[in-house]
Write a protein that binds this ligand. Structure first.
Ligand code: SF4
Length: 387
């Protein structure tokens, strides 16, 4: 049993114990606590509402299938699951096990995702299912990302109900977040279509480890995407995250070409992905391939999961990396996870006026008027207009 399996088993036992008497759950958000009907999962987890055929796979001989959703392209035998633990082969048909089956749904400030150039000061109804197609050793949400769906507490939430709840809670957008939304692609797609009908925006928070076809099929329904770029090194991707860099860079280019609003987060791990040369190369790549106006957030790491011995990122490291990225020509560079730091605010790259003042989730519009700097008239890239 490897560490991932051990964690799954341990987390599963704890969660299953706590599930036995559940009948009513709650969404927690900054608009208060909202009751959600909880039914015992055994009553619905195997119904057609949840057991949904996967959209991207091919059937092979001897009832084997190959998943075509992410670059792992798992080969999955009958009665087995892919790496992410949420897709199962049953007699040669491949199913997602997390359709209509989130483990988290609650309103969050959009700045928490973080999006800094997308409808500031609004709420995003934030949704996740169990599972992930990577295994980052510092994952903040490992209790839900590194387990199987039956090992967490889930509730039944259909796509139309999700759009209705977002509207009832005054959320401007629905955010697919916390774990990796690519692994619940079918559910995300159907919710996004319902949200569009209800004039609610869709934002995806992803590591971008996804095949080209499902990404391109999804983007017409997305209003914004935030990509967690883990490093600018394939070695780091393989050793720390269990992924690969190249497919993520491709995904970034596809998102940008599609004209969907894009922001990038780079979590800085001391000694592992914080070298000035790496940040210089990364910034030059972003400027050349994506353009200088894509915001990048250098975020502070806090010890967690399998990386408890590494210290938090020193703030002066973040400040140094921000300067390097600006010197390389990136125009909107932020410091994240340091509440109150001036690097959270948006400054006009032309005249230096403070456009948006942020202190944690307290956000005040200052020199931004519509999409323009009041002081010098520069048009500021982003999605600012009222929904
Ligand atoms: S989505 Fe899951 S099953 Fe499909 S290739 Fe990726 S890890 Fe494997």
């Amino acid at each position: 049993m490897d560490r991932r399996d051990f964690l799954k088993t341990a987390a599963g036992s704890a969660c299953l114990l706590s599930m036995s008497n559940l009948r009513l759950g709650f969404e927690h958000g900054n608009t208060g606590t909202v009751p959600v009907a909880f039914f015992p999962e055994e009553a619905w987890a195997e119904t057609p509402e949840v057991l949904h055929e996967a959209s991207y796979y091919k059937k092979l001989e001897h009832k084997e299938v190959q998943c075509l959703l992410c670059p792992r392209k798992c080969m999955v035998g009958d009665q087995e699951r892919g790496y992410c633990g949420v897709r199962e082969n049953r007699l040669g048909t491949y199913y997602t096990l997390v359709y209509n089956r989130p483990c988290t749904a609650r309103p969050d400030p959009i700045e928490k995702k973080p999006f800094y150039h997308f409808h500031p000061r609004t709420l995003a109804y934030s949704l996740a299912t169990a599972g992930c197609n990577m295994n980052c050793k510092y994952c903040q949400n490992w209790e839900i990302s590194q387990v199987r769906p039956e090992q967490v507490r889930n509730f039944l939430l259909t796509a139309p109900d999700c759009a209705r709840r977002a509207r009832d809670l005054d959320c401007v957008s629905i955010a697919y977040t916390y774990t990796e939304p690519v692994i619940y692609w079918e559910y995300m797609y159907d919710i996004a279509a319902e949200a569009r009908k209800a004039e609610i925006k869709n934002v995806m928070i992803s590591a971008g480890f996804v095949e080209e076809k499902p990404l391109r099929d999804l983007l017409p329904l997305m209003d914004a995407v935030k990509i967690d770029l883990k490093a600018f090194s394939d070695k780091y991707y393989r050793e720390v995250c269990g992924g690969r860099l190249e497919p993520v860079l491709e995904a970034l280019k596809i998102i940008r070409e599609a004209g969907v609003w894009l922001e990038i987060v780079y979590l800085v791990l001391p000694t592992l992905n914080d070298s000035p040369d790496e940040i210089r190369a990364l910034s030059a790549w972003i400027r050349k391939e994506l353009g200088p106006d894509v915001p990048i957030h250098f975020s502070r790491f806090h010890p967690t999961y399998l990386m408890k011995k590494l210290p938090p990122t020193p703030v002066d490291t973040l400040e140094r990396l921000k300067k390097i990225a600006q010197t390389e020509g990136l125009r909107y560079v932020y410091i994240g996870n340091v509440p109150g730091h001036p690097g959270e605010s948006t400054l006009c790259p032309e005249c230096g006026a403070r456009l948006i003042h942020r202190t944690g989730y307290n956000v005040r519009l200052e020199a931004l008027q519509g999409d323009t700097c009041k002081q010098c008239g520069l048009k500021i890239p982003g999605v600012w207009s009222s929904p």
